[in-house]
Structure formats: C-alpha cells, structure tokens
Ligand binder design. Sequence first.
Ligand SMILES: [Zn+2]
Length: 121
Amino acid sequence: MIQRETPTPERPHRRTEGPVRTCVGCRKRELAVDLLRVVAVSNGNGHCALTVDQAGNLPGRGAWLHPDDRCLQAAFRRRAFGRALRITGSPDTSAVVEYVEKSTGQTSPAREQAAKNMSTP
Ligand SMILES: [Zn+2]
C-alpha cells in the first residue's frame, strides 16, 4: 500500500471564508453571509423595534438568524433577541417577521393565526 502525500483537498461544496456566527434560533454556527443580522432600534417612546440590517452597517449589538421561519419562531419562543440584543421588555418584531416571510415566500404561523382570527366565516 502506497501512501501518497496529498495536498489538503479543497471542499467545493462548503465555503469556509468569512466570519462565522451562531443563529439565535437554532444555535447552529453559520457563515455570517448566510445569516440575517438583526439589530434593535429605539422607536423613540421607550420601546425597541427589531430591524434587519440589510446593508450590514447598523451600529450596536446584532443578533444573527437564519432567514428561516423556524429559526425566527424558535428565537421568539426563547426570547433570544432580548438576550442577544440586551433589550428589556418585548420589542416590535414585525419588520423581521415580514422580512423572513418575504425571503422564504412563506407566511409565518403567527401571522396566519392573526389572519384567521380576523376573517371569521
Ligand atoms: Zn437557524
């Protein structure tokens, strides 16, 4: 059996460049470029609203999330945004919900519930 010195094989299916962050929903580590950066912005009356940092240049703490409704719901359930962003109270999450809905093309279960409640037969 001949053992040859082979150079470290490149893994074409896995990009390894760039910073890695942990999704606040499923806690999996992922390249930052594949995650959404969510930041909290004050809406001026003592409350915070979550927003997706699409340009990647908003200041402050960021929470990282897969653009996936399951991760979003998991993050809400565990109040992961509050912890990651050091927010007290419950922030307005509608912008992030809408963003994930748009990027997945799916309606969030939370929103479906609201729609059902509004349209009684
Ligand atoms: Zn995730």
